[in-house]
Structure formats: structure tokens, C-alpha cells
Design a protein around this ligand. Structure first.
Ligand SMILES: Nc1ncnc2c1ncn2[C@@H]1O[C@H](COP(=O)(O)OP(=O)(O)O)[C@@H](O)[C@H]1O
Ligand SMILES: [Mg+2]
Length: 257
């Protein structure tokens, strides 16, 4: 594994607007090592999502260097970039983005369809990931049958199904009440304990306190980058109900050991 999962050097992003180029990111520099848990913070309009889109290879910088898992993105064509993204990154969004007519197992296994994995293996891996987030008993349910917090767990299972080393999450607790948000942070904490690198956008200080490092944007620049001062463990309520099952475990809320 390369020394850094992410290396960004001298990165600028301009958007074309009728009034001319709008500089959304200005000389951003950042390196993230394997196993880190980083919160990206900053007010609305400060460039967080623009930055996340570039980290996720969904958009390209106007200027500067982005090295993901040891590969310089500028040297890759579209297909190579997509392949690197699919095997390296799992995405979690604010709105869960589950397909409403597909059951949970099919939602979770969708990234494996794109990866060309066969039906039986897809089903087995989806089941294992649903077990892991405590929803193994709901594989055949539709998303509308479960709560928002459970839907976000399914979205995390989907993000994990390709076994990525890096999770990018854009406001993953933004649509959840604070208690359920805590539970979801418990899931991210447990994944980070397993060694998965997590980069999570949030504008909530309570949520960011779960990360071990906080990076703050303002007006397209990084203005703060330091270890979390008062690192927060999952609340007792969240930890009473183990957020992660061992792979192969069954049922919701059963103790994992
Ligand atoms: N597609 C776009 N075209 C023009 N300007 C954009 C576009 N996307 C974002 N912006 C502008 O770039 C700045 C940063 O936006 P964004 O990255 O979405 O910030 P954040 O996620 O921190 O709220 C904002 O001023 C926003 O209006
Ligand atoms: Mg945003």
C-alpha cells in the first residue's frame, strides 16, 4: 500500500460561469495516510463538495496534482479512472440514494454488477455486508420498509461491498436525527477501527468530533488542519447496540461477540 491514500498538491478548481471563471478551490494541499479518519468542515459555499467531487474522481481539478492510492489521476484515461475509483472508494451520501424498487440485497450488490461479479457471489457478499451493518434479516425488504438510519446503514453496506480502502461520505448524517446520527458515526468508527480510511464532510461540530483529524475550508482554501481536540467516542446508547456485526453474523442488534 502506498504511504498515502490521498495526496493533493497545489490544487485549483474554477467553475465556468457567465461572469467568467469562478475560483471554488485555491491552492489546496492535503495528504491523507491509510487508516486516518478525517472530517472536512466549513460553511456552506466554502468548497467542501467541490473538493469531495475531486477526491472521488467525479470531477477534475483545473490545476494541480491528485495522487490516489499511488496513481496520478492526470495519467489515467476515463476508464482507468473509473476502475481505480470503483476498487478504491466507497461513497456514502446525505440522501442514502437507494433504488426504491430494488430490495436491500440488490441495492447493496449493485456496485458488484458494474464490477462484473456473478450473481451468486453478489448475493453472498451483499448478505455479508448487510450482516455487518446489523441488517442481515432485511435482505429481501424494500428500502421503504426500513427507517432512515437503517437506510443509511444499507448505503454504508453498499459502499463496502467492493472492499474499498477509503470511504468518502458527504454529510452522511445530514438527514438523520441526532441520536440516529450518533449510531451512524458508531458504524464509521468501527470501520475505521478495522483500518478503513474515512473522509467525511460535515458542518456539525458534534459529528466532526468523532473524526481524529479536522480540516476546515473557508472561501476555497484550507484554513485549519489539526488533530481533533476533544475526540468523541460513540455515546453509550450507540455502543450498547453494536454498530457492526462480524462478517457472517446474523440479525439486527445481536452482540457481535
Ligand atoms: N457547477 C458550479 N458552477 C458554478 N459555481 C459552482 C458550481 N458548483 C459550486 N459552485 C460554487 O463554488 C463554491 C463552492 O461550492 P461547494 O463546493 O458546493 O461548497 P460547499 O459544499 O462547501 O457548500 C460556491 O460558491 C458555489 O456557489
Ligand atoms: Mg456541499
Amino acid at each position: 500500500m502506498p504511504e498515502e491514500v490521498i495526496r493533493i498538491e497545489g490544487l485549483f478548481k474554477d467553475y465556468d460561469t457567465p461572469a467568467g471563471p469562478f475560483p471554488a478551490l485555491k491552492d489546496v494541499n492535503l495528504a491523507i495516510r491509510p487508516g486516518e479518519f478525517v472530517a472536512i468542515m466549513g460553511p456552506s459555499g466554502s468548497g467542501k463538495s467541490t473538493f469531495m467531487n475531486i477526491l472521488g474522481c467525479l470531477d477534475r481539478p483545473t490545476q494541480g496534482r491528485y495522487v490516489l492510492a499511488g496513481r496520478d489521476i492526470a495519467s489515467l484515461d476515463k476508464d482507468e479512472t473509473a476502475a481505480l475509483r470503483n476498487r478504491t472508494i466507497g461513497f456514502v451520501f446525505q440522501g442514502f440514494n437507494l433504488l426504491p424498487r430494488m430490495n436491500l440485497a440488490d441495492n447493496v450488490s449493485l456496485p458488484l454488477v458494474y464490477a462484473g461479479v456473478g450473481h451468486e457471489e453478489r448475493r453472498a457478499r451483499a448478505q455479508a455486508m448487510l450482516d455487518k451493518v446489523g441488517l442481515g434479516g432485511y435482505a429481501n425488504s424494500l428500502p421503504s420498509r426500513i427507517s432512515g438510519g437503517q437506510q443509511q446503514r444499507v448505503a454504508i453496506a453498499r459502499a463496502l461491498v467492493n472492499r474499498p480502502g477509503l470511504i468518502l461520505a458527504d454529510e452522511p448524517t445530514g438527514n438523520l436525527d441526532s441520536h440516529t446520527g450518533e449510531e451512524i458515526m458508531g458504524v464509521f468508527n468501527a470501520l475505521n477501527d478495522e483500518g478503513i480510511t474515512i473522509v467525511l464532510i460535515t458542518h456539525e461540530a458534534d459529528i466532526a468530533a468523532h473524526a481524529r483529524r479536522q480540516v476546515r475550508f473557508f472561501d476555497g482554501r484550507i484554513v485549519h488542519d489539526a488533530p481533533t481536540q476533544q475526540h468523541r467516542q460513540p455515546t453509550s446508547a450507540a455502543s450498547r447496540r453494536p454498530p457492526l456485526q462480524r462478517e457472517g453474523g446474523r440479525g439486527e442488534g445481536q452482540p457481535s461477540c
